[in-house]
Design a protein around this ligand. Structure first.
Ligand SMILES: Cc1cc2nc3c(=O)[nH]c(=O)nc-3n(C[C@H](O)[C@H](O)[C@H](O)COP(=O)(O)O)c2cc1C
Length: 157
């Protein structure tokens, strides 16, 4: 059966991550869809749905949030996997995500994994650029996608 990777993104990191996961799943029937305006996947075509979101100011992507709300009952019948992009790695990033989605969807997921982050200041609006520069200066976070985590996530699908 076919697999679908859906994601929301502001500056492209979560899309890069989705493409890496797809590349890891060579020879499998995998489609990838950005949940931007107008893209509404027909979930009846898939038995497995992989859902990715970035975190901004502690919040998940709005398109992903709406997708989860609208498709809650269908997703409860599928194999689902979540991945999260952001500066907060590991359990901290997963916890930010958990707090914003329904408990039963979170518990239904086969895996939820934090896969790292990228920063693309040139793709951000001026306010977000100032905020992220301050965060990077003061907290000196580790920036970059976590290839080992991505490989483990892909293996788990
Ligand atoms: C203004 C701003 C706020 C952010 N807030 C958070 C946050 O609260 N938690 C977090 O883990 N990462 C945070 N990040 C990091 C982003 O999640 C990270 O850059 C991610 O890779 C962006 O994904 P995207 O390119 O798919 O939009 C923030 C980034 C920016 C620019």
């Amino acid at each position: 059966m076919k697999k679908l990777i859906v994601y929301g993104t502001r500056t492209g990191t979560t899309e890069n991550c989705a493409m890496k996961i797809k590349a890891d799943m060579d020879f499998q029937d995998v489609e990838v869809m950005n949940l931007k305006a107008g893209n509404r996947p027909d979930l009846s075509n898939y038995d497995t749905v992989i859902i990715g979101t970035p975190i901004y100011m502690g919040k998940i992507n709005g398109k992903v949030k709406s997708f989860l709300l609208k498709n809650h009952d269908v997703l409860m019948q599928k194999n689902i996997h979540f991945f999260v992009c952001g500066l907060a790695h590991g359990a901290e990033g997963v916890e930010l995500f958990r707090k914003q989605i329904s408990e039963d969807l979170f518990n239904h997921a086969i895996q939820v994994r934090q896969l790292g982050s990228e920063i693309h200041p040139e793709r951000l609006n001026p306010l977000y650029r100032v905020i992220i520069n301050k965060i990077v200066e003061s907290e000196k976070p580790v920036i970059g996608l976590l290839d080992t985590e991505i490989d483990e996530f892909s293996k788990g699908i």
